[in-house]
Design a protein around this ligand. Sequence first.
Ligand code: IMP
Ligand code: MG
Length: 183
Amino acid sequence: MRELISTDDLHEGICQMASQITSCYGEQPLTVIGVLTGCVVALADLIRQLHMPLRICFVEASSYRGATERGPLQLQAESLLDVVGRDVLLVDDIFDTGHTLVEVMQLVETLKPNSVRSAVLLRKLGRQEVELQPDFVGFDIPDEFVVGYGLDYQDLYRNLPFVAALDPDDLQADPRQESRSEI
Ligand code: IMP
Ligand code: MG
């Protein structure tokens, strides 16, 4: 495991993203929707740098997967707040292929908000398979599998206070049966 983004740099990146978000919305009320589970650390730090009236709720994204392949995405949105006519900011940990954010965005748009924008802590370069780009990005990173600061490998490492890249030796096939996993 190699440290890629230090705790101090993460703090600085979050503060920069918060200041761009503040420039965009000013004092307007904002509804933040976090994409569980990976968003939790970045979201907790980001919201404490935002000072407009702010509501928070979550959507849970999960997929059935075997050892290596990611299966179809499932979204659980029962705990979403009413967002009709509201300005919504989606917050996710990482923008990889982009499919998760596109699907969450499509779901939220059916709820008739005034606007939907997105903020991601990390964007993996050269991986995107969708037209959409996030409105706010903390860090662009190379195409490596990363963990920490909310991001997991087989549900571990989310509590690391920095972002690290896993080396090929760290990435072993999941010995368990196919399982459902929050992303
Ligand atoms: P996407 O739909 O391909 O953009 O992937 C989004 C989700 O996949 C993220 O919210 C993460 O949970 C997971 N993911 C993608 N790349 C990584 C990584 O490098 N480390 C940990 N999780 C990742
Ligand atoms: Mg994950």
